[in-house]
Design a protein around this ligand. Sequence first.
Ligand code: 13P
Ligand code: SF4
Length: 298
Amino acid sequence: MVTEEIQEYKRREDALILAHYYVPDEVQALADFVGDSYYLAKVAAKAKKRTVVFCGVRFMGESAKILNPESRVLLPAAEADCPMAHMASAAQIAELRANVRDLAVVCYVNSDASLKALSDVCVTSSNAVKIVSALPNRNILFIPDKNLGAFVRAQVPGKNFYFSGGYCPVHVRVAAEEVGALKRAHPAAAVLAHPECEEEVRALADFVGSTAQLIDVARDNSFGEYIVCTEPGVLYQMRQTCAGKRFYAAAPVCEDMKKITPERVLACLKEGCGEVTLPAGLAERARRPLARMLEIGG
Ligand code: 13P
Ligand code: SF4
């Protein structure tokens, strides 16, 4: 019933519904496109619709609006925020810029628009290694995620890295001891981890990658079982694309992502609530690093 009404209002409002892999299963099921943050940013940038409903946290909706200012971008749960998006400061960036020569400020998209606006290029977990490798600069200030930053540093030799010290409160709760216990219980299972996990968890993983990359690995690999060290919303797609395989969740849920429900998708389409607005100057400054990411990331 709610789903039918959503389809009706989607037509009326000329809307496209995008959903991240971490939102509840029933929201992923009704979306036009489901993906990781890089894929969704690219879809949003090219959307020719009057309205884009972004089923994700605030920084995702902001990026969509910045890349596609012509469309109205609605967040079904406007209060759903990513705590890591605020874990760097303008003062940290200014201090490094003043003291370190040949510096590039690399900003994970899980950041608010004001941090992007102070950065040279944005990255996501699926393109960070490629983009940082392509930068001519010898020194990198990687904000806000220290774990993704460390993962990139390990694969890009010859550059100096500085970090703002942020982290994802969900992924840092994936415990190496629990992954070890799951591995002992299921010795034939491969371990999949998101780069936001801590070093000791990444060290136990057979594959580290973005949500979309982990889903692809589970689909394409011959392993029949997987221990999944990222938000368990990905299990919905994994189970759909990997019939007969087994998955064991090792991460807690992201409460912010779970705030998005079909009822709230319908309400925002009906009432036009949760619209993302940004001051024009801020949006313009934040667009440059996002556009550079799309240019280098391909
Ligand atoms: P992806 O870029 O892999 O979709 O991850 C987004 C995110 O919020 C991870 O916690
Ligand atoms: Fe932010 Fe972590 Fe939730 Fe991703 S899982 S949206 S990084 S809090």
